[in-house]
Design a protein around this ligand. Structure first.
Ligand code: GLY
Length: 361
């Protein structure tokens, strides 16, 4: 087993994220003491889930759910509860979530709600899941009225980030996941940007990918430890909101594209847009804006968007669940690794920034 230092997340119920090659073998020790285990997995990962199940001495129930967002529904949640009921699942049993971010969001919520909370172990199988969804304790499902409208903050018992699970990850998903890795570089740890730029192709699935994922998770751990429930940091920083860098426009683009794009593709464009907004507000210089473009391009991510007009996206941005009315709320940088929240810039500023990323009026 090759394993980086476990990363501590300090909350009321502290836990660790373990990143490495071969770390899935640690699952047996983390479910020890349970009589049975439910592995909630994406239906695309049946074989992997069976391999994991065979490594456990406990009775295992495999709960296959539709892949990606199709699995994050109230109906699927109810089906999971029904399977736990059939299996006679008790409070001392354990739920494992195996899959991408949508699957671990669902599995974490199943664990949070079954008998008011049972042990939950997240085993993300995508870069995006490892560096974002599976590590921060946000769990939940979508409703027809919007994404993530029902959920809970619920700490996992542990998160096992098995780098070997990424062997079969499609190239497009590597790139998408790296948008969040690079975001961690821009908002907190410039060493990520340096290590990535030293050899981008090695980072995307090669020898440095594990180290970069570990660094990005360390950034998320630091932010989440300061502000688990997203109420703002006690030390006066912006807390967990920093993780939304690039997400105001990113979410609007995802909605506009009917969720057919990868999350990281939309966030990549959103970060360049946020940098262009910050430039116009005098918060950062043109060199840092250019750095956004060059780093994200090197990851094969899009940095421009010309598929809809400003008004349509502006409306979608104020639909964001964290916006109020027509108000716009951005996470902007006022320097590298220095994020801040900015409310309602003069209307022409985001509009000009939108033009700068290729958009039309
Ligand atoms: N993905 C944003 C957060 O975990 O807060």
């Amino acid at each position: 087993m090759i394993c980086w230092d476990p990363i501590d997340i300090y909350t009321d119920n502290p836990y660790q994220v373990v990143i490495g090659k071969g770390v899935s073998a640690l699952l047996a020790s983390f479910v020890d003491g349970s009589e049975q285990v439910a592995i909630i997995c994406s239906d695309q990962l049946r074989k992997r889930a069976l391999d994991v199940a065979r490594s456990l001495p406990e009775r295992v129930t495999l709960v296959e759910v539709p892949d990606a967002e199709a699995g994050k529904t109230a109906q699927v949640l109810q089906d999971c509860w029904a399977m736990l009921a059939d299996a006679g699942f008790t409070r001392s049993d354990a739920v494992v979530g195996l899959g991408g971010g949508a699957t671990t969001d669902l599995a974490g919520f199943v664990a949070a709600t079954w008998l008011r909370g049972v042990r939950y172990i997240a085993m993300p199988t995508t870069v995006l899941g490892m560096v974002d969804a599976a590590v921060g304790g946000k769990t939940g499902i979508n409703l027809p009225a919007g994404k993530n409208l029902v959920g809970a903050f619920y700490e996992p018992y542990t998160v096992l980030g098995e780098i070997d699970f990424l062997d079969t990850l499609p190239e497009r998903d590597w790139k998408s996941g790296f948008a969040e890795v690079l975001k961690a570089g821009f908002i907190c740890d410039p060493a990520i940007l340096e290590l990535f730029c030293a050899d981008p192709s090695d980072a995307l699935g090669g020898g440095s990918s594990g180290a970069l994922i570990h660094k990005a998770v360390s950034v998320k751990a630091k932010v989440v430890s300061e502000d688990f429930r997203e109420q703002g940091s006690e030390s006066g920083g912006i807390g967990r909101a920093a993780l939304n860098y690039g997400h105001t426009l990113g979410h609007a683009i995802e909605r506009r594209q009917g969720f057919a794009w990868r999350h990281g593709e939309a966030v990549s464009i959103g970060m360049v847009f946020a940098a262009e907004v910050a430039l116009r507000l005098g918060l950062i210089d043109a060199e840092l804006v250019d750095r956004h473009r060059s780093v994200l391009r090197a990851a094969g991510l899009p940095v421009s968007y010309a598929e809809s007009g400003w008004e349509e996206l502006r409306d979608a941005m104020s639909l964001d669940k964290k916006a109020r009315g027509r108000q716009l709320r951005f996470v902007l940088l006022h320097g590298l690794a220095a994020p801040q929240i900015f409310f309602d810039p003069p209307e022409r500023v985001p509009q000009e920034a939108f033009r700068a990323i290729g958009g039309t009026d």
